[in-house]
Design a protein around this ligand. Structure first.
Ligand SMILES: Cc1ncc(COP(=O)(O)O)c(C=O)c1O
Length: 402
């Protein structure tokens, strides 16, 4: 007799806190696409979807590694030549107290492993608001409540230091700083980094410095690495190939652990235990790391030229459009305009997809100060696509809100 599944299988209750607005909007987009409309995607930070290509010498290195038989499991921390190249990169970033380096399946896995290795039930971690939703998703998975600190729009989206101070509790174990920031495009000042480092020293916090966009500083002002201004503090610096090297599908990220050796050692043993338990990161792709970090960097000139032109176009549109205002992004490829509208930004975004087929992400999907409304633009598309998208958003604002 055939056996049928009698009862529904419910997902874990803690998943109710997992939100990933960027991909959750996909169902609305599918609905619109099924009606035969072409969506203008200003929502996903994948350069390869647009006119950017992975540098050929990286592709060649991976191809060569596959042909050379690097197709088995790799060491759990990563292959030696790549680890050495990352240590070289750390030195160029001014990080002098490196205690460990490890390669992961994208920065996404670095975040997962580093947070899991640190947090016990009842602990908390300071995360930025607005934030890149991966952090809150991993915390939800660990059943750890959110302790979000605000970024200050009036201060160019710098972290709100007073809010951070207010939110530190005896169970606060660390702080996340995304710099350059997703979704605001802000770049933290050296003074801000020093002040956050001082708080970390005082309260024994680990700093998670997500610097995945550190080579995408649009106006060429210097990027200051958190670990360079805080050599004594436990810092895990996140980096990878997804953004700076235009290879997000390869899923290669890394962590650089620095700080005073004896303090950070027990924690790093926990990190390595988790690294071993998941075997390794993608193997052949790791052979692109050395050529990426030590080879020609010419692609960055072209990428930054495009980003500068597209950022400027975005800012011109924001300046001339009623109900929209925006702090100019200085790094990465995101703008986070504020909206003056009489309804929620989630409704704005959903209706914009349905009526004008333009896809952006609502501010409430990233978190924002109560009473404020925003949306995130990915300004990776070419100027022609951006111009039609902005013209459609402008029409939508005029027609809907008069
Ligand atoms: C701030 C930030 N951190 C981490 C990631 C994830 O990067 P990866 O592709 O290396 O997993 C992203 C991706 O958009 C990001 O914006």
């Amino acid at each position: 007799m055939p056996v049928t599944q009698a009862r529904e299988i419910a997902p874990a209750v803690r998943l109710e806190k997992v939100r990933y607005a960027i991909r959750d909007l996909a169902s609305v987009a599918d609905e619109v696409a099924k009606q035969g409309h072409k969506i203008l995607p200003l929502n996903i930070g994948d350069p390869i979807t647009f006119d950017f290509q992975t540098p050929p010498h990286l592709i060649e290195a991976v191809y060569q590694a596959m042909r050379d038989g690097k197709n088995g499991y790799a060491p759990s921390s990563g292959v030696n030549e790549a680890l050495l190249a990352i240590r070289g990169e750390a030195a160029r970033k001014g990080i002098t107290t490196v205690q460990d380096v490890f390669i992961t399946t994208g920065v996404s896995e670095t975040v997962d492993i580093c947070l899991t290795a640190l947090l016990n039930p009842g602990d908390n971690l300071l995360t930025p608001c607005p934030d890149y939703p991966l952090y809150s998703a991993v915390l939800a998975k660990l059943d750890i409540g959110l302790n979000a600190y605000y970024l200050n729009e009036e201060d160019g989206w710098q972290p709100d230091l007073e809010d951070i101070k207010r939110k530190i509790t005896p169970r606060t174990r660390g702080i996340v700083l995304i710099n350059p920031n997703n979704p605001t495009g802000s770049v933290a000042t050296r003074k801000m980094l020093e002040q956050i480092a001082e708080l970390a020293r005082h309260h024994n916090l680990v700093i998670f410095a997500d610097e995945i966009y550190d080579k995408l500083i649009i106006d060429d002002d210097p990027h200051v690495a958190m670990a360079a201004v805080a050599p004594d503090v436990p810092v895990i610096t996140f980096g990878g190939l997804s953004k700076n090297y235009l290879a997000p599908g390869w899923r290669i990220g890394w962590g650089i652990a620095s700080g005073e050796a004896s303090g950070i050692k027990p924690y790093l043993e926990g990190v390595n235990k988790l690294l071993r338990s998941r075997l390794c990161a993608n193997h052949p792709e790791q052979y692109a790391i050395k050529v990426a970090l030590e080879g020609p960097q010419d692609h960055l000139l072209e990428v930054k030229r495009k980003l500068r032109s597209r950022r400027d176009l975005t800012m011109e549109w924001c300046a001339e459009t009623p109900r929209v205002s925006c702090v100019a992004p200085r790094g990465a490829f995101y703008a986070y305009p504020s909206l003056d509208i009489p309804e929620g930004d989630d409704v704005f975004v959903t209706e914009l997809i349905r009526q004008k087929y333009v896809m952006v992400v609502h501010g409430s999907g990233f978190g924002q100060r109560p009473g404020t409304k925003h949306f995130r633009i990915v300004f990776l598309p070419d100027e022609k696509t951006l111009t039609s998208a902005y013209s459609a958003i402008g029409d939508f604002l005029r027609e809907r809100y008069r």
